[in-house]
Design a protein around this ligand. Sequence first.
Ligand SMILES: C[S@@+](CC[C@H](N)C(=O)[O-])C[C@H]1O[C@@H](n2cnc3c(N)ncnc32)[C@H](O)[C@@H]1O
Length: 344
Amino acid sequence: MDCSLALSAVKASQFIVVAKKPITIASRFSPDEQVVLHEGDCLELLRQIPDHSVRLVVTSPPYNLGKSYERRQSVTDYVTFQTRVIEECVRTLVDGGSICWQVGNHVQKSAQSSILPLDILLYPVFANLGLRLRNRVIWHFEHGLHCTNRLSGRYETVLWFTKGDSYHFDVDPIRIPQKYPGKKHFKGPRAGHYSCNPLGKNPGDVWIIPNVKSNHVEKTGHPCQFPVELIERLVLSLTKPGDWVLDPFVGVGTSIAAAVRHQRRGAGAEKESQFVAIARERIRLAASGELKTRPMLKPVFDPKDAGRNLTSAPWHEANSVYPEASIRQLALLEPSVRKRRVAR
Ligand SMILES: C[S@@+](CC[C@H](N)C(=O)[O-])C[C@H]1O[C@@H](n2cnc3c(N)ncnc32)[C@H](O)[C@@H]1O
């Protein structure tokens, strides 16, 4: 492929965020709107949306953990409510549309804090509605609670289902740099030619994207908002400009912001008025091109490479006052690295 053509395709799809118009945010769904934000229960919004209207449903529902915005309920009641919402979402989906349900673990108090992965719990709900699972994306991040009685949780999942077998999927806008761009075919008619796709490679089903913690550029007052780039990947690959993107549990509006940044329409419901107010502001900023986001493709921050303090271990320094820690930490190193460090 011609390199300049390839580059302009990548630019058009990935880097140029063209939506820069003031936007009207409607409170009731109509197919002619650009953005709909419903303050209240998601089932109320869903009932307003006609069958076969939405190209992508993407959401992260409450995990039934008793967070500030949810009431803990029995697992049976939780699944019953989720099923009602999922059934309505599927009804609103166009044939060939996608539904991405992003979840982590529910922690069961009644079972001595054993974990219940919500994707395992909810998979049968989608399968029973005839949806096809296309990927179970692992979203890996490095920050979170440090557990003492099990391994610290550092991933959640996105279940991507489609309604039907003929569905929209375009990987080009979400390709990532090739690992070996200089690799060539070594035999056959294309021997000597570069073998990789110049547009980049398929990003795979393990996505390393920092979660939104306190010093993240996108952080708002919401305790568990999506990073915009997580949703941008789904919006860019699973929808086309002008399509509807729906998030029934929209929180501070990340899904709609990601949609309008790429000229899609967005609809969402949120029951907490303080989050609706933040969502409204973020959607306006996204529409005018002023929403600050962590860019797609930005490498994960490495504090050591960035020369940040606190990254060198005091126990490795000469005359350390922590000899015990030094011995323990040295024991964690791979033997050849340990040898070099001790020799210093
Ligand atoms: C996990 S958070 C989603 C955060 C969102 N992904 C974001 O980026 O801001 C779930 C949200 O759903 C809202 N919520 C819970 N039950 C709801 C319901 N029945 N209808 C509408 N919103 C609800 C909560 O208030 C919470 O903000």
